[in-house]
Ligand binder design. Sequence first.
Ligand SMILES: NC(=O)c1ccc[n+]([C@@H]2O[C@H](COP(=O)([O-])OP(=O)(O)OC[C@H]3O[C@@H](n4cnc5c(N)ncnc54)[C@H](OP(=O)(O)O)[C@@H]3O)[C@@H](O)[C@H]2O)c1
Length: 317
Amino acid sequence: MKALYFEHFGDNSVLQFGVLDNPEVKANEILVKTKYIGLNFADIYRRRGNYHIEEHDPYINGYEGFGTVVKLGKSSSGLALGDKVLFVDVPFANAELVTVPTDKVIKLPTKLNEETAAAIGLQGLTADFLAHDLAKNKKNDNVFIQGISGGVGQILLQMLVADGVKVYGATSSEKKQKLALEQGATAVYLRTDNGTGKLNNKFETVFDGVGKTLEQSIKLTKHKGKVIFFGMAGGDPAKVDMVKLLAHSKSIMTGDLWDYLTSQDERQTRFNRLAAYFVDGKIKINKPRVFPLAEGKKAYDLLESGQSNGKILMQCD
Ligand SMILES: NC(=O)c1ccc[n+]([C@@H]2O[C@H](COP(=O)([O-])OP(=O)(O)OC[C@H]3O[C@@H](n4cnc5c(N)ncnc54)[C@H](OP(=O)(O)O)[C@@H]3O)[C@@H](O)[C@H]2O)c1
């Protein structure tokens, strides 16, 4: 099979494209021929060598993909050859063929087109658990999103607006600022202009997947409010002074999507809930940028540059 792989951790120059052995299909697995492979920030952390990655020689990155079932394991049930499926937490996804345990399969809901399904899986399920398991905001709550026009940011913003929440945010360019306003944000600040100082202690919830902005996020949070820290796309956060937090009754919550995807039913129910926002027209995202898997390095370069404003997919021919 064709695959994007690497032998050593490092920058994008370690990525190689070539032919590797096909994976073996165990009894409780299916084999998926990928059509779209989702790229995520965690793939950058893994390639750098500072995040958990499954052992494999050579390393194959990626946990998210969409494709067609081409082989069934002996004890797999409920699936047929030719079914369209996606997955968001299965290793070795930067490849033409991926073995997927049956409990990690998500079936494509009717009415959702393939490219959208492929583009919203991991980022959309992340937005969903951040909003509905962690934040649990009420109508008219004020919330703030750091990196509001990233992949997770765009979906989270529109999901919260659809849920009746008032959303503010910060981003890095005027183009992304305009996009977030069009997607329903109440106000969007450029990270460089320090305009958020007047908003300190205003927000019930501040969502922070940028990381180095954590200190600012704590300031923006109101007393008895919470920061939801979920990633460090912009660099690791500074150490937090818990005593200062205590004095203002501010909290920090964290979470990893994979701890919320604990069964096949959990995965499908959550994905159907997410898909409904798109099918009902409540969330619209930019068309994903699609790169051939053979040019996967370019896809990684774009994600790491911080210039992308939506999903990046890789495609097998
Ligand atoms: N906890 C979980 O389960 C979970 C699951 C999925 C993703 N995540 C995390 O969620 C965050 C967003 O992921 P994503 O897939 O939405 O990525 P993304 O599309 O690349 O968005 C990341 C955003 O962070 C901002 N950013 C600020 N400084 C940056 C820098 N130096 N380099 C790159 N980006 C920078 C950019 O937004 P602006 O230009 O608008 O500032 C960028 O659009 C990441 O930290 C990721 O690890 C967490």
